[in-house]
Design a protein around this ligand. Structure first.
Ligand code: XIL
Length: 300
């Protein structure tokens, strides 16, 4: 096939991109979006500081723009993200009472998932809960500090109760290297969840890479997680300077794992990237295909 989405679909996978609502009026942007991609992830519009800026008052407008547009075109939507320590409004991070936080977290999950029921196929229920470095433990956050380790499990249980039809994912970065302590910490959590029947369906690997691309063990990591009985996905791929080999290796790692169900790049053109200075994407500032585009396409 001649586009990323159509080529991925040949093996039953999707190829997606992060989308910003503020760019939907840019014709160069939407032309590439609709030609190449069959899945979208709202880049910021579903984050807590946009969607529930003050308690109980939900602002679905920006995310609805993306979701309705995608749905009308047959593109899937990944929901990103329900519980995350970042882009979290201060009214949440300043809560000091565990019971208050518990009901706020569960209400947020339930209200947002209900709104998008039937439109979002997979949710990043919890994002980036593990610490960097060698601890293999959760990072501090208001959720961790007040609710303890069980906050992740509680979030997934609320999510399943809210929308039994959506795939529920844990999403993180720097968990691509099988030997990293952070990877092992997430692996132990998923193994424990599966053993105890805590509802989890997928693990998202953000894949924000440096010029070297994925660590050598990336495919091993994907297949070891998949062997626990979850789908795996590359959820936010971007690679400094977009070397062709690094893109080939990233895409091949997914293609070689049966339960790797799709790849999302974190933006369309380099100028759309949160790492714009590193030119990490598949299209240049003018919307032209870069060598990395052909590498990704031919790796599928
Ligand atoms: C980034 C967005 O791309 C930026 O526009 C925003 O300013 C900050 O967040 N991990 C994630 C994404 O899970 O939500 C982040 O997206 C990139 C890192």
């Amino acid at each position: 096939a001649s586009t990323l989405g159509a080529q991925a679909a040949q093996s039953g996978r999707y190829f997606g991109t992060a989308v910003a609502a503020g760019k939907l009026g840019d014709g160069t942007y939407t032309t590439i979006l609709d030609r190449e991609f069959n899945s979208v992830t709202p880049e910021n519009e579903m984050k807590w500081d946009t969607i529930e800026r003050s308690r109980g008052s939900f602002n679905f407008g920006p995310a609805d723009q993306i979701v309705n547009r995608a749905t009308a075109r047959g593109q899937r939507v990944r929901g990103h993200t329900l519980v995350w320590h970042s882009q979290l409004p201060s009214w949440v991070s300043s809560i000091t009472d565990a019971n208050t936080l518990r009901s706020v977290m569960n209400n947020h999950i339930t209200t947002v998932m209900n709104h998008y029921k039937g439109k979002v196929f997979a949710w990043d229920v919890v994002n980036e809960a593990f610490a960097d470095g060698g601890s293999g433990q959760h990072r501090p956050s208001v959720f961790q500090n007040l609710l303890g380790d069980g906050f992740i499990e509680e979030a997934f249980r609320s999510a399943r109760a809210a929308d039994a039809g959506a795939k529920l994912c844990y999403n993180d970065y720097n968990i691509e290297d099988w030997n990293a302590a952070k990877t092992q910490g997430v692996y132990r959590m998923v193994r424990d969840f599966k053993a105890r029947g805590v509802p989890i369906d997928c693990v998202g690997f953000q894949a924000h890479f440096g010029t070297g691309g994925p660590p050598a063990g990336f495919q091993t990591t994907l297949s070891n997680f998949a062997a626990l009985g979850v789908d795996v996905q590359i959820t936010e791929l971007d690679i400094a300077q977009a070397p062709t080999t690094a893109y080939t290796n990233s895409v091949r790692a997914c293609m070689n794992v049966a339960r790797c169900t799709g790849i999302t790049v974190w933006g369309i053109r380099d100028s759309d990237s949160w790492r714009a200075g590193e030119n990490p994407l598949l299209f240049d500032r003018n919307g032209a295909k870069k060598p990395a585009y052909n590498a990704a396409l031919t790796a599928m």
